[in-house]
Design a binder for this molecule. Sequence first.
Ligand SMILES: Nc1ncnc2c1ncn2[C@@H]1O[C@H](COP(=O)(O)OP(=O)(O)OP(=O)(O)O)[C@@H](O)[C@H]1O
Length: 239
Amino acid sequence: MTIKITATQLSMRFKDRVLFHIPELSIGPNDAIYLKGDNGVGKTTLLKILSGLVKPTTGKVDCPNRSLFSTMFRKTGRKDVIYLHQSPYLFDGSVYQNVVYAIRFQKEATKDKRAQVINALRMVGLETLADEHVSVLSGGEKQRVAMARAWIIKPSILLMDEPSASLDQESIERLVVMAKDLLQRGSSLVITSHQTNALTDLCKKQWWIKETTMVESPLLHVISKEQAQENSYVATNGN
Ligand SMILES: Nc1ncnc2c1ncn2[C@@H]1O[C@H](COP(=O)(O)OP(=O)(O)OP(=O)(O)O)[C@@H](O)[C@H]1O
């Protein structure tokens, strides 16, 4: 499912310190946004506000398809908007249990759920660790389990907080495959990172938090000569 969320007059203040004031923003449908800014400008805080985990000081976030039921009964979090934490929380259990938990309410046979989980773990290269306890995983492996758990829900909007901070090149490539799959399904992504990489290269827009506000701009990519030649070949020979 693809949705759009909008926010107006969003501001966050801690005591006397104004973190940011953003007159207007929107995500979706099918956006890919690179959120950048110096340490402490409020990137994590903004993502938590957008996912409904933190209440802004002023302003509100509108999520049009939020049902009356979910508004009444969900105390935190926004339906269909997933926040992927920069140091993900995994509960005391196996890798498999942590991922299958995300789809516990889906009405599917156990064997179909198992197939989905194994597929998600295969995408992050961890299928052989499915039955291991999460305590034996490295930091990068935990991050990959968290991404598998987010991907399996197929959220409309995935907010990824420094997803590549503890990942090697191969793991980043695996996240890229999952992120591309979500984009193809119509989802939107917001990705924070202090360095550009293959994941941020998927983004078409940039949000830059500076001087307590946010500036939005299109994200221009430098295309290598080889890539340009490949594109031109596809354009000439494609049907
Ligand atoms: N609950 C809170 N109470 C007081 N201050 C807070 C709270 N949450 C965040 N802050 C402060 O708000 C500022 C922004 O924090 P945030 O984590 O959003 O920044 P960030 O841009 O994600 O930083 P980084 O790039 O270092 O991850 C920080 O100075 C932080 O200490």
